[in-house]
Each structure stands twice: as structure tokens, then as C-alpha cells.
Ligand binder design. Structure first.
Ligand SMILES: [Zn+2]
Length: 389
């Protein structure tokens, strides 16, 4: 798709009338959206464009949203007061009229092309592909990300000119593979986020702290953790739909033995104790109930990565505040604070050591994202035989 380059690239048109002197970069930090949940609507909404609209929605969901907490919601027809990203469909060069929250509520703030009769007719050979990779780039702008080739450390080998609004924060080294880089040898990076793109979106749209909500039933269930860990549920209901998460957990998740909180994993809980294995087997819902009624009080180890007795006895500040046997308080402390602080949580698992030990994890999650590191350990690390101690 190299032949498109330089001819019909999507552009950013800066709407600011005064150019403010600032370092070039690839994130305009002041434009980063205030919320992880960003509404989207279509100014031009026809039944016949249903396929095209779903391509765009899925492409954005599969890239930016799958790698962060950023979530684009709505996707219906705009009304006069619609907030968020307002997409006009027009047969012109796709572009945005600002970065990040500067697009909030702006009429025709993003322009996408569905037909390619006038602009880039070569896209007619694969309308879906063109539409998807362009949308991924434009939604990068909607998140506040500027063009990579605008950076001052752009090498001479990249001859594409800076375009549109500059950022003011650099993330990582200059990145040829970024979806925001015109010099990428793959047109619009073929819609693949680079490692740096992922670090960037996680830095700005991935709280490293668990979000607490009224739908939580700690320590057995954290709605936020449930959605973070169970991607299929987040995809079905939305990453911030804590109410739906709770309903799913009550109706299905308990029975299915889903991972449901930072300190409780029902399948591991059963496997750690022969009495529980004998009585409950695969009756996960009953084991959840056992944990809530007895397990917490007894101070039972509730997952391979959390041992409440160890946690309380090995952190003297907690023992001092909570006493030696307030296991419920210790569980909640881990979910709210201890995990974020990277505290050791069993004699054989230390989330901080785990993240420090593996560069691939640090590159993927950042140096202090223990919330992500814990999930990695449960999902992959244990099976891969990684050292979590
Ligand atoms: Zn652009």
C-alpha cells in the first residue's frame, strides 16, 4: 500500500489560530481526554453505511481500546448537543480538526471517507482495509496523539514533512513503526499499533490503580478487575460498565469460576485446599460462597498470588493498624493500596520483583504498573514458568 503515501495521507488541520511555541513531540498532553470513556457519534448516519460504521468501531476497539482503558462509546447519530468525537463522512481526505479533547463536541471534528470516488480511488480495491487503517490513525489523534514525524528527533531518512498540531511530550525513542508516523513503510502501519503506541496509550489511558465502585463485593469481587481480566465481558458490556459486570458475575461468572478480584481466584482457592477440592470440586459458586462466609475469616490463602496471613504478618505497618487477624481489612488494603505500591503478597510471589525481572513486561506495561503485572502472572506467567518471587 506504499503507493498511497505522500499522495493522499490523512491530515490534521490545526484549528488553533495562534501557534504556541513548544517542543515538538507526539502527545499533546493538554489535549489528553479527561475520561477514559469517550463518546462517539456520526454526523452522517444512514442505514446503508451500517457495515462501514461497524468496521470503524471494531478497528478502534481492536487496537486502542484493547490495549488500554480508553473506550469509545455510543456510535449512534449525533444530535445538536452531542459531546465527544463527531464524525462526518465525506469523500475527501480523512482528517481531524484538533487533537484529543479539542474535538469534544466539535461539529464534523473528524472526517472519514467511505466511498473513495474522489479521494484516493485506489482504496476502492479494498474499502474495508483503507477505512480501518485510516480510522485507527485518526482515533490516535482523537486520543491526543500528534504525528511522529513532527518530532525534532526525526531522522533525515524520514522525509515526510511535519503535519498538523505538534505534541509536547515524547514517549520513547522516535518510532518508525508508529501508526502516527507518515514515514512508516506500511501505510498507516497497516493498522498495527507499535510497542510505543501501546506504551503511549497505556500511559495516558490506563490507570495503574484499581477503580473502586459501588458494585464491588470485596474481596470476592471487584467490578473493575473483573472487566480488566475478562476481556470478553469488557467487550460485550464496556470496560467501565460496572453494573453489567456485577450482573454477569452473579448470573454466570461465579458458576464459571472466573477470576474476579486481585486477591481472590476461585479455581486456585479450591485447588489450594484438599478439603475444598473434595467438597466443591467444580462447584465454583458454592466455593465463592464458602470464601465469603468462612474463608475470609479463617484467613485462608485465596489465590496463588495472595496469602492474607502472610500479607498481614509480613507488613508490620498493616499489622499495627489492622491487628493480627483482621483479614477482611488486609484483603481490601491489597486491592486499594498494596497492589499499587507493589507489596509482596505471598512467600512465593512479589509483584514488584516480578515486573522488575522481565524487560518484556516492563516494556509492555511500564515500570510501575503492578495491576497489569499481576494479571500477567495469573494469565501467563505461572504457566510459562516465570519467576514471580
Ligand atoms: Zn494524521
Amino acid at each position: 500500500m506504499r503507493f498511497f503515501k505522500g499522495l493522499f495521507l490523512p491530515v490534521v488541520i490545526s484549528v488553533s489560530s495562534v501557534a504556541i511555541a513548544q517542543d515538538e513531540g507526539n502527545v499533546l498532553s493538554s489535549s489528553v481526554c479527561d475520561s477514559n470513556v469517550i463518546p462517539v457519534c456520526w454526523e452522517s448516519f444512514t442505514e446503508s453505511s451500517a457495515n462501514q460504521r461497524s468496521w470503524i468501531q471494531n478497528a478502534v476497539s481492536d487496537t486502542w481500546s484493547d490495549n488500554s482503558r480508553a473506550e469509545f462509546t455510543g456510535w449512534g447519530q449525533c444530535s445538536s448537543g452531542s459531546a465527544g468525537v463527531r464524525i462526518q463522512v465525506s469523500d475527501v481526505g480523512p482528517h481531524v480538526k484538533g487533537l484529543g479533547k479539542n474535538l469534544n463536541g466539535l461539529s464534523n471534528g473528524m472526517v472519514l471517507n467511505f466511498t473513495y470516488n474522489n479521494w484516493s480511488p485506489s482504496c476502492q480495491s479494498d474499502v474495508q482495509y483503507c477505512s480501518e487503517v485510516i480510522a485507527i490513525h485518526e482515533f490516535g489523534h482523537a486520543l491526543g496523539f500528534a504525528h511522529e514525524q513532527n518530532r525534532t528527533d526525526t531522522p533525515d531518512s524520514c522525509t515526510d514533512s511535519p503535519q498538523g498540531t505538534d505534541g509536547d511530550v515524547y514517549i520513547g525513542k522516535w518510532d518508525l513503526d508508529s501508526v502516527m508516523n507518515y514515514c512508516n513503510p506500511q501505510w498507516n502501519a497497516a493498522g498495527e499499533l507499535s510497542e510505543t503506541d501501546i506504551v503511549m496509550v497505556q500511559k495516558y489511558y490506563d490507570s495503574e490503580k484499581l477503580i473502586l465502585s459501588s458494585y464491588d463485593d470485596l474481596p470476592a469481587f471487584s467490578a473493575d478487575y473483573y472487566l480488566l481480566y475478562n476481556h470478553d465481558i469488557a467487550r460485550a458490556f464496556g470496560k467501565s460498565n460496572f453494573k453489567a459486570a456485577k450482573e454477569h458475575w452473579d448470573k454466570h461468572g461465579k458458576k464459571e469460576g472466573r477470576v474476579s478480584s486481585p486477591s481472590f481466584n476461585v479455581k486456585e482457592y479450591i485447588s489450594l485446599y484438599s478439603d475444598l477440592t473434595r467438597v466443591f470440586g467444580t462447584n465454583y459458586a458454592a466455593a465463592v460462597n464458602h470464601f465469603k462466609v468462612y474463608g475470609i475469616k479463617e484467613g485462608r490463602k485465596s489465590s496463588k498470588s495472595f496469602d492474607v496471613k502472610f500479607y498481614l504478618s509480613s507488613h508490620s505497618d498493616l499489622k499495627r493498624v489492622f491487628g493480627a487477624t483482621n483479614y477482611l481489612a488486609a484483603h481490601k488494603h491489597w486491592a486499594q493500596y498494596g497492589l499499587k505500591e507493589g507489596r509482596r503478597s505471598t512467600s512465593s510471589f512479589d509483584v514488584s520483583n516480578y515486573l522488575d525481572r522481565y524487560n518484556d513486561l516492563k516494556n509492555a506495561f511500564g515500570d510501575n504498573n503492578y495491576l497489569a503485572a499481576l494479571q500477567h502472572w495469573i494469565r501467563y506467567g505461572l504457566k510459562e514458568g516465570r519467576n514471580g518471587n
